[in-house]
Write a protein that binds this ligand. Structure first.
Ligand SMILES: C[S@@+](CC[C@H](N)C(=O)[O-])C[C@H]1O[C@@H](n2cnc3c(N)ncnc32)[C@H](O)[C@@H]1O
Length: 458
C-alpha cells in the first residue's frame, strides 16, 4: 500500500478487508458501469432521474401553508409499499466483487478519506493505481467527480464517444467503495438493498469486499427506482394499473416516448378487433421490466401473453413483477426465439437495443448480458428476421420498434434493420416467401416501427 500526501491511513480497515474476502466466492462476471447502473438509452439530457429519497418530516410538526395530505403522493406511497429486497438469488448477473486484500498485497491500493489530497488521488488513479474510499460517501462522490472531470466535454463523434466511455469506465473502476453486511459501508451512502439479493452468499461473519464507484452508484439508483416504482407517467391517461419495480441491471425506461405512444395506439386498435380477429397469443420479446407484456395484456387485452429475455436479471425481475401484480403472464429465459419450444403467436412485439455492441477492448472487462439492454449483438437482427416466421401464426404480426440512433450518431453507416433485411438474395427471397414487411410508420422522423406480417399461405 502506498501513502498519498495527506491521507489518513486506516490500517485496521485494510487488514479486515484482507481477512474478510474469499476470492473464490466472487463471481467472475464483470460488467460495464453503463449496464450495471439502471440503464437508459442514449440521450443524457433526456435521461430520467432516479426518484429523490423522501425527506423525513420531524414528528409532530406539519408543514405550514397549503396542506398536501389529501393530494396523492404516488411515489411516497409506492415507497411505503415497496417489498424488501429478496434474499440471495443464485444465477443473477452481478459485477465482480473485488478482493481488497489481494489488491492491497499488489501494492496498487491507496485509501482515501476527507483528508486526502484529491489531485494526488486523481494522478494515482490516472496512472493505473486503485483507491478505496473508507469513510464517507461524500468523499467517493467528490473523488469520482475529480477523476472524471477531464472527460466531461461532449465527444465530437461516435469513435470519440466510445473512447471516452471506455476511459470513464476504466477510471471509475479504479475508484472503489467498501461493501459489508448487505450495504455500502460508507457513512451517508444511499441504500442499495439489491446487494443482499446479488451478493448474499458473500456476507456473514463480517465479510467485506469492494465494488467500483460506478457500480455502487448504479446499485443505489436501481434501488431507488425499485422502491419508488416507475410509472411511465408520460402516457396520459396512465395506461398501466400499477407502477413497475424494475430489478437491478434491467432496462426499464421507454425514452424517447413517441414510439411507445405509437405502440399503444396500435395495441388499442388490436383490442377493437372483433372476436374473430382478436389476437389470442402475444409475445413480448426482450421484456426488460415487463412493461410491454403488461401493455399487451392491459391495453390490447390479449388473453395469453408470454414474455422473454436473455438477461437472467430481467427474467427474474419480470417474474416477480407479474406475481406482485397478480398477472398471469409467463416469463421465460430465451435468446430470441430459442426458449419458446416451438410456440406460435398472433402478435410479437420487440423493442430492441438501438446501439451496436462496442468492440471488445483489452482495457475493459468483457461485456455481459446486462449490456444487451442498450446494445445489440452483431447478428441480432439477422437472426430475428430470419426466424420470425417460425413463431408467427399465419396472418400474425410482429411490431419492431426502432430509432435511427445508431446511424445518426455515426456508429453504423446503414440502419441495422436495413442491413439485416437487405442481406443476400437467397435470404431475402426465403424471407419474403413467409413475411411481408408492411410499413414503417414514422411520426417523428427518427422513430417508428416496422410491422412484419406472416403470409397466410406459403
Ligand atoms: C431496449 S430493452 C427493452 C426492454 C422493454 N421491452 C422495454 O420496452 O422497456 C431491450 C431488451 O431486449 C433484451 N434482449 C437483447 N438481446 C436479446 C436476445 N437475443 N434475446 C432476448 N432478449 C434480448 C435485453 O435484455 C433488454 O431487456
Amino acid at each position: 500500500m502506498r501513502a498519498l500526501p495527506g491521507a489518513r491511513w486506516k490500517v485496521t480497515c485494510a487488514v479486515c478487508a484482507v481477512l474478510c474476502i474469499a476470492r473464490d466466492q466472487c463471481w467472475r462476471l464483470a460488467a460495464s458501469t453503463s449496464a450495471l447502473s439502471f440503464s437508459c438509452r442514449g440521450a443524457p439530457s433526456g435521461a430520467p432521474r432516479a426518484p429523490r429519497p423522501q425527506r423525513r418530516r420531524p414528528r409532530g410538526r406539519r408543514p405550514k401553508g397549503r396542506q398536501t395530505s389529501a393530494a396523492p403522493n404516488s411515489a411516497a406511497e409506492a415507497r411505503r409499499c415497496a417489498p424488501p429486497a429478496p434474499a440471495f438469488i443464485p444465477g443473477l448477473v452481478r459485477p465482480e466483487a473485488i478482493d481488497v486484500g489481494e489488491l492491497n498485497a499488489s501494492g496498487d491500493l491507496v485509501l482515501v478519506d476527507k483528508t486526502s489530497d484529491l489531485e494526488a488521488v486523481v494522478r494515482w488513479i490516472s496512472g493505473g493505481g486503485s483507491a478505496l474510499v473508507v469513510d464517507h460517501w461524500r468523499d467517493l462522490e467528490r473523488c469520482r467527480a475529480a477523476v472524471l472531470k477531464p472527460l466531461r466535454r461532449s465527444p465530437a463523434n461516435a469513435q470519440e464517444a466510445e473512447r471516452c466511455r471506455t476511459l470513464k469506465k476504466t477510471l471509475s473502476d479504479r475508484l472503489l467503495g467498501p461493501v459489508a453486511d448487505g450495504r455500502i459501508d460508507l457513512q451517508g451512502a444511499p441504500r442499495a438493498d439489491f446487494l443482499l439479493t446479488l451478493y448474499g452468499d458473500l456476507f456473514g461473519s463480517g465479510r467485506r469486499f469492494a465494488l467500483p464507484s460506478g457500480v455502487l452508484m448504479g446499485l443505489g439508483n436501481a434501488w431507488q427506482y425499485f422502491e419508488g416504482g416507475v410509472r411511465f407517467s408520460f402516457l396520459a391517461p396512465p395506461v398501466l394499473s400499477q407502477p413497475l419495480r424494475p430489478f437491478y441491471g434491467v432496462y426499464a425506461y421507454p425514452h424517447p416516448v413517441t414510439h411507445f405512444e405509437m405502440l399503444i395506439e396500435w395495441l388499442q386498435n388490436c383490442s377493437r378487433l372483433g372476436p374473430q380477429r382478436a389476437p389470442q397469443w402475444a409475445l413480448d420479446l426482450g421484456t426488460g421490466c415487463g412493461v410491454v407484456a403488461l401493455l399487451l395484456r392491459q391495453i390490447a387485452r390479449i388473453p395469453h401473453v408470454v414474455a422473454t429475455d436473455i438477461s437472467p436479471n430481467a427474467v427474474y425481475g419480470a417474474q416477480e413483477e407479474m406475481k406482485r401484480q397478480d398477472q398471469d403472464i409467463e416469463v421465460v429465459y430465451s435468446d430470441l426465439f430459442e426458449g419458446l419450444g416451438g410456440r406460435r403467436f398472433d402478435v410479437v412485439v420487440f423493442n430492441p437495443p438501438w446501439l451496436p455492441l462496442p468492440k471488445p477492448s483489452a482495457s475493459e472487462p468483457p461485456r455481459t448480458v446486462l449490456d444487451l439492454g442498450n446494445f445489440y449483438s452483431p447478428d441480432l437482427f439477422e437472426r430475428f428476421f430470419d426466424n420470425l416466421h417460425h413463431v408467427l401464426n399465419p396472418g400474425g404480426r410482429a411490431v419492431v420498434l426502432f430509432s435511427n440512433h445508431a446511424t445518426s450518431r455515426g456508429y453504423v453507416d446503414k440502419h441495422p434493420f436495413e442491413t439485416a433485411l437487405g442481406r443476400g438474395a437467397s435470404a431475402r427471397s426465403a424471407r419474403s416467401k413467409h413475411l411481408q414487411v408492411e410499413k414503417v410508420p414514422c411520426l417523428a422522423f427518427f422513430l417508428g416501427f416496422l410491422i412484419c406480417r406472416r403470409n397466410k399461405k406459403v
